[in-house]
Design a protein around this ligand. Structure first.
Ligand code: ATP
Length: 306
């Protein structure tokens, strides 16, 4: 009993950590099938996604029934458009993403993709449709090629290279001793935060999903790296329905709609200019960000002159 209990418990803890932190859950999901909390409906067929429209209709949800985390969340992410979620820590942004990936089932309201309730389709097909760029990408102790190819295991070497180029990491890989055959991960070459993010982008380019979920890293990359990555992200998100959990407002100025989440409710919505004009919560978050950036700029400038 003890022998059985230990690994199962470990898996359980690990699985919950993944659910909570949204760390590479796509990868880990395969490894942890046993631990599924959400069960497919009997005879659930694959989802059919033509356009990739995502709808939340009056979704109310709590991890425990007595504590609601989301209240009456309603929004539409039209096919090919970008929706950004912003709001204070703990307001429920990542929960919205987790529900779309169906880590939990909603009891009140529903979530539809191209009109199909995600509760009624197979989870495997749902997750095939959705690409995830998590905050922190966990690499396998394997070659860089394998790590990119994980997005689509049937991909050819040429496909892998094309994806790496799209993610702007190809030249970097060629500079490694064994190029695409270089071992990476904990026991190989350690990649930087920005490089790991590019691996996640390359994987997603290979997977070519209709829907992309992007959990922006909270840990700051340096400004130049961030700007470079933004180009790759833009490429990846073009013509795909994209939902971004944004921590830096500068990345979502061009989002088609920004949803401001506070204590589980959408309290403001609209494009950047519209929300600035409203002079509400978003506008004050924006001013705070500008102040922070100005302070950072000043300290860079003053350290440069000394
Ligand atoms: P952040 O910007 O810090 O990532 P967030 O807006 O994404 O925050 P969520 O991660 O969605 O917030 O969390 C919303 C609330 O739900 C928080 O109060 C959090 O503590 C709680 N919560 C998250 N996961 C669980 C869980 N597995 N069980 C119970 N409560 C949870």
């Amino acid at each position: 009993i003890v022998q059985l209990y230990v690994p199962l418990n470990w898996f359980g803890t690990y699985y919950r950590a993944i659910q909570k932190n949204f760390v590479d859950m796509e990868n880990m999901f395969d490894l942890l099938k046993e631990e599924q909390e959400v069960i497919d409906a009997p005879g659930a067929g694959p989802i059919t996604v033509k356009k990739g429209t995502v709808e939340f209709n009056n979704v109310t949800f709590g991890y425990q029934p007595e504590k609601l985390i989301l209240k009456n969340v309603t929004f539409t992410a039209p096919a090919g458009k970008t929706i950004a979620l912003v709001g204070p820590s703990g307001s429920g942004k990542s929960t919205i993403i987790r529900l779309l990936f169906r880590f939990y089932d909603v009891e009140t309201g529903n979530i539809l993709i191209d009109g199909q309730n995600i509760k009624t389709v197979s989870q495997e097909s749902l997750r095939r449709t959705i690409g995830v760029v998590p905050q922190d990408t966990v690499l396998f102790n394997n070659t860089i090629k394998y790590n990119i190819k994980y997005g689509r295991l049937t991909a050819t070497d040429a496909d892998v290279i094309e994806a790496a180029r799209g993610a702007d990491i190809h030249d970097k890989i060629l500079s490694f001793t064994d190029a695409y055959d270089t071992m990476v991960g904990e026991r190989g070459l350690r990649l930087s935060g920005g490089e790991k993010q590019r691996v996640a982008i390359a994987r997603t380019l290979l997977k070519a999903p209709q829907i992309v979920l992007l959990d922006e890293a909270t840990s700051a990359l340096d400004t130049q790296t961030e700007r470079n990555i933004q180009d790759s992200l833009d490429k990846m998100c073009a013509n795909r329905t994209t939902i971004i959990v944004a921590h830096r407002l500068s990345t979502i100025i061009h989002a088609d709609e920004i949803l401001v989440v506070q204590e589980g409710e959408i309290v403001e919505r609209g494009r950047h200019e519209h929300l600035i004009g409203q002079d509400g919560i978003y506008a004050s978050m924006w001013r705070q960000q500008l102040d922070k950036d100005a302070i950072a700029m000043n300290s860079i400038e003053s350290s440069a002159t000394h």
